[in-house]
Design a protein around this ligand. Structure first.
Ligand SMILES: *C1O[C@H](CO)[C@@H](O)[C@H](O)[C@H]1NC(C)=O
Ligand SMILES: *[C@@H]1O[C@H](CO)[C@@H](O)[C@H](O)[C@H]1NC(C)=O
Ligand SMILES: *[C@@H]1O[C@H](CO)[C@@H](O)[C@H](O)[C@H]1NC(C)=O
Ligand SMILES: *[C@@H]1O[C@H](CO)[C@@H](O)[C@H](O)[C@H]1NC(C)=O
Ligand SMILES: *[C@@H]1O[C@H](CO)[C@@H](O)[C@H](O)[C@H]1NC(C)=O
Ligand SMILES: *[C@@H]1O[C@H](CO)[C@@H](O)[C@H](O)[C@H]1NC(C)=O
Ligand SMILES: *[C@@H]1O[C@H](CO)[C@@H](O)[C@H](O)[C@H]1NC(C)=O
Ligand SMILES: *[C@@H]1O[C@H](CO)[C@@H](O)[C@H](O)[C@H]1NC(C)=O
Ligand SMILES: *[C@@H]1O[C@H](CO)[C@@H](O)[C@H](O)[C@H]1NC(C)=O
Ligand SMILES: *[C@@H]1O[C@H](CO)[C@@H](O)[C@H](O)[C@H]1NC(C)=O
Ligand SMILES: *[C@@H]1O[C@H](CO)[C@@H](O)[C@H](O)[C@H]1NC(C)=O
Length: 850
């Protein structure tokens, strides 16, 4: 008994003496075991020393301290002891691929820990101080745990101390928020794998200093990483770069070719834009995935063993060069940092269909029209390659930097509007034919005009003495102009449009269109010393003998006074026809009588300017009476009213059935037309052809700036139509005859020749040889497209919204005029005149419209 006691005592002492395991560590291992649902899988003995000999399975020790536990894929289930970090000499912990659950204990203070594999478990939270003091950590794997699922989590600042990390992986582990900047300081880091989280924000610039081999940031949910990827091109050690499944924007960096070690590049499903850099195409990659971005331009021939690039905005679907102009436009976008809206529109190989661009009939871009489009960035010199450009309209954006010098080589450029941006000097010197608008650019202050090369180009506001409020589009450059408000040169095109656009309204609307032309033209003429002017003095109601006075003032002093009592022949080019209805001036009382005091039963139609009534004069002449509403008698309406009289009373021909007279009394402004009642067969035709004739004359007037008839002109040119016929085929004579106000250039002249030809055609001697209006529309429609102004200009041209397609323009017009046009019979002239105004477009597809 005594011996036994002694032996037992000795044994115990011996055991204590021989034990190599720290009792604290033993405690923790026992807790580790105790917490598990299936501790038997560890095969640890009930008693005994973990560090042995023999040591417990999965446990490794040094100097009586546990340094490693390696239980990967053992199938253990349950939580870890929360004081695990008291295994303070732990260097390598392999718990991966088990079913550990619950709270991951803090590893705070495990200063010897180099490797920690906690991946593929079921931990549901990670403490905020987990990473504190892990100064020796080299590899940490946390992947595929469900940490802090409800809120997500971010790497805490505590991780900062783990500067020796080579591997950090935390895929599918509920990371949220931004990538921390401090990771960029981990110069030892080779593998950073954070795929499948909810990370957002940009790749920190600090990442440029990393020496990564594998960077996996792919497939971030809930938005994903964004911003440019430029920084990765600096990580030249990269072999695998996975950025797919994010929202990265911007271009693939030019210097991506620096990544000479790269084997696998996946950029699938981002929002990358721009051209594929040549350096990328040439990289000897094993795999390149560019699918599902917004890459533009040509598809290059890739050197990668395997490459895919579908669902992008390439100009073509196969490798090969893009259409001319496409590249220049993409470079233009590049300067603007690829605004989303344009990128989504500017795909494919046909710039003519792209938002903000227009093409001429050769399908070359001639208008760049992106005012107020929230563009920011700089202007690309590449635009100079778009040599058909006539207009560049980029006003009211946030453009910075200078205008590229080689934009001055745009030989067709007529108008360049960069007002209200932040353009800076130097201002290149554009030719005088370019209308440059640069007001509202604070850095281009006029004080410094002396330092601006090119000084004050013609048409620029640069010559204004008032930097704060330069006159928009002041085209004269002189400050002593006595004429009224000047219009920008660009408006000369509007004049041309005013010539061609209204024809779309065809004969029925012609009578309404004419005033529009003339109004537009008159506005212009006001500033250009009209060759003649027409003044209507409103009738003095008390003087029945002098209802109206028309003064026609030509260059000379010739004055014609017509009074209401005089019998006036029509003055016109074919004066053989006398307007039987007699006097041009018709008293309002007469019109009241014939329309039963403007009874609604006599209403033919109603339009923007008033109501049209039918009536019948004593001699049986059926008339249409257009009565302007008092409320719309503005100065402008009055101008148009007068202009309508002026033109219609001058452009006359024996076949022209048009204005019979007018009334101006008090507030009454009334025009009287001949009315073609329904069923008047071959009359309708004649009317149509007469209208075509007069339209032709109007075209001539507008082209030449001359009146249809002017006795003060040399005999051979007194009748414009006759004279025009003689000169129109001689290009040089025609050129000389064109109204200088049209500011004709070579390109314009082309269009002018077309109009001149049409004008001649319309005024053919035989009515049957004259085209119908459908033809005129077909001829002029492309010119309208070509020349229409795109202004959100305060100056709308005669209330016509030229930004609309032609048929819409006409439709609106007709709607504005209502049924005002219905006093002209349409029924029997379908071949020539569209019977259904709204069906305008279809109406002209018939063969005889060509
Ligand atoms: C404009 O007016 C200013 C001041 O009145 C004068 O110095 C300048 O010479 C004028 N310029 C022109 C082009 O008339
Ligand atoms: C995870 O959630 C727990 C509690 O829900 C919180 O204490 C802890 O700080 C979170 N972890 C991180 C890294 O934010
Ligand atoms: C680091 O990651 C790489 C690539 O995944 C792997 O080959 C390597 O074994 C890892 N190193 C450590 C120490 O975990
Ligand atoms: C991550 O994003 C997904 C998709 O938006 C969302 O369902 C999930 O709740 C987010 N997780 C966290 C931790 O925020
Ligand atoms: C990357 O390439 C650019 C030119 O493409 C070069 O200037 C730069 O020095 C390169 N950077 C590195 C780190 O090689
Ligand atoms: C890619 O191509 C190169 C040379 O053509 C070849 O050496 C390499 O093995 C290929 N890689 C793969 C993954 O096929
Ligand atoms: C304008 O552009 C900026 C970026 O340049 C963008 O952040 C902003 O949302 C844009 N605004 C509109 C109204 O499109
Ligand atoms: C304008 O400059 C750009 C870049 O400097 C150049 O690529 C382009 O060829 C130039 N275009 C013209 C028409 O000079
Ligand atoms: C214009 O650009 C300059 C220089 O970049 C800047 O200082 C200024 O604030 C800008 N002005 C406006 C109105 O944006
Ligand atoms: C331009 O002139 C105005 C008025 O003389 C002055 O206040 C402003 O400082 C000048 N700007 C510059 C850049 O010289
Ligand atoms: C006014 O303008 C005319 C022509 O543009 C010019 O000849 C004249 O010298 C100018 N007068 C003044 C005072 O600037």
């Amino acid at each position: 008994m005594r011996v036994q006691l002694v032996l037992s005592l000795v044994f115990s002492v011996l055991r204590l003496a021989l034990s190599v395991t720290d009792p604290g560590d033993v405690d923790i291992l026992n807790q580790f075991r105790k917490n598990l649902e299936n501790p038997e899988l560890l095969q640890w003995p009930e008693n005994g020393d973990p560090c042995g000999p023999p040591s417990w399975k999965h446990v490794f020790c040094a100097n009586s301290r546990v340094t490693q536990i390696q239980v990967q894929s053992v199938g253990l289930k349950g939580p870890l002891p929360q004081n695990l970090n008291q295994l303070s000499k732990l260097e390598n912990l392999g718990l991966q691929k088990n079913q550990f659950s619950g709270k991951l204990p803090s590893f705070n203070g495990l200063s010897s820990l180099k490797f920690a594999y906690l991946d593929f478990n079921e931990f549901d939270s990670i403490p905020g101080d987990f990473f504190d003091g892990l100064v020796s950590l080299e590899a940490l794997a946390l992947d595929d745990n469900n940490f802090n699922a409800s809120t997500g989590w971010s790497f805490p600042e505590g991780l900062k101390d783990s500067v020796q990390l080579t591997n950090l992986s935390c895929m599918n582990c509920n990371l949220v928020g931004h990538l921390p900047d401090f990771l960029g300081g981990f110069s030892s880091l080779r593998n950073l794998k954070l795929s499948g989280n909810n990370l957002s924000g940009e790749i920190p610039g600090s990442f440029k200093d990393l020496n990564l081999v594998n960077l996996w940031l792919n497939d971030q949910q809930g938005g994903g990483l964004s911003g440019p990827i430029d920084v990765v091109a600096n990580i030249v050690s990269l072999q695998t770069l996975w950025l797919h499944g994010n929202q990265f924007t911007g271009t693939i960096p030019e210097n991506i070719g620096n990544l000479t070690a790269l084997k696998d590049l996946n950029l699938n499903s981002n929002q990358l834009v721009g051209l594929i850099p040549a350096s990328l195409a040439g990289m000897p990659l094993d795999n390149l995935d560019l699918n599902n971005n917004m890459l533009m331009g040509p598809i290059p021939e890739f050197s990668a063993n395997k490459s895919s690039f579908s669902s992008n905005s390439f100009c073509l679907q196969t490798p090969g060069p893009c259409a001319p102009g496409v590249m220049a436009l993409i470079e233009f976008l590049d300067g603007l940092n690829y605004p989303q809206r344009l990128v989504s529109s500017w795909s494919g190989n046909d710039p003519c269909s792209w938002f903000g661009l227009r093409c001429d009939h050769n399908n070359k871009v001639n208008v760049l029209n992106l005012p107020s489009s929230n563009l920011s960035g700089t202007l690309s010199p590449s635009v100079a390659k778009l040599d058909s450009l006539t207009q560049i309209r980029l006003q009211s954006n946030n453009l910075v930097g200078p205008i590229p010098t080689n934009w001055t080589s745009l030989k067709s450029l007529v108008s360049l509007d960069l007002s209200r941006n932040n353009i800076s000097a130097p201002l290149p010197k554009f030719s005088n034919s370019v209308h440059l608008v640069i007001e509202g650019n604070p850095l281009l202050n006029w004080n410094q005009s002396g330092t601006v090369p090119g000084g004050s180009p013609s048409g620029s506001s640069g010559s204004s003495d008032n930097p704060s409020a330069p006159t928009k589009g002041s085209s004269s450059g002189a400050n002593n102009s006595t004429v009224g408000p000047t219009k920008p040169k660009g408006s000369k095109r509007a004049v041309l449009v005013a010539i061609v656009a209204p024809v779309a309204s065809c004969a029925v609307v012609l009578l309404l269109a004419v005033p529009l032309y003339i109004y537009c033209r008159k506005k212009r003429k006001d500033t250009l010393q009209a060759p003649s002017s027409l003044v209507i003095h409103p009738r003095d109601p008390s003087d029945s003998d002098n209802m109206v006075k028309i003064v026609v003032a030509n260059g000379s002093t010739s004055t014609v006074t017509r009074s209401g009592s005089a019998s006036i022949n029509s003055s016109g080019i074919g004066d053989s026809h006398v307007i039987e209805a007699g006097n041009l001036v018709i008293s309002v009382q007469v019109l009241r009588n014939v329309t039963k005091n403007f009874a609604s039963e006599n209403e033919l139609g109603r339009g923007g300017f008033g109501v049209v009534y039918k009536g019948e004069l004593d001699d049986g002449t059926k008339i249409a009476v257009k009565r302007m509403e008092a409320s719309v008698i503005s100065n402008k309406a009055l101008d148009e009213f007068q202009a309508e009289i002026a033109v219609l009373s001058k452009v006359r021909h024996r076949h022209l059935v048009s204005l019979l007279g007018y009334s101006i009394e008090g507030y009454e402004r009334i025009l009287v037309y001949e009315y073609m009642p329904q069923g008047a067969l071959m009359t309708g035709k004649i009317t149509t052809k007469a209208d075509v004739f007069s339209f032709g004359v109007v075209l001539m007037e507008l082209l030449t700036g001359l009146m249809a008839l002017d006795e003060d002109r040399p005999e051979e040119s007194q009748y414009l139509a006759a004279w025009f016929w003689n000169i129109k085929s001689d290009k040089e004579k025609l050129r000389a005859a064109i109204d200088p106000a049209l500011d004709m250039k070579d390109e314009t002249f082309e269009s002018i020749c077309i109009i001149a030809e049409l004008a001649g055609h319309c005024t053919a001697r035989e009515p049957s040889q004259r085209p119908d209006m459908g033809h005129a529309v077909n001829v002029l429609a492309p010119l309208v497209e070509k020349w229409k102004p795109f202004d959100n200009d305060p100056e709308d041209y005669c209330g016509i919204d030229y930004s609309l397609p032609l048929n819409q323009m006409v439709k609106d017009w007709q709607e504005a005029e209502g049924k005002d046009i219905s006093y002209i019979d349409l029924e029997d002239s379908k071949g020539s005149i569209p019977a259904r105004p709204t069906g305008f477009a279809e109406s002209f597809t018939s063969a005889d419209g060509r």
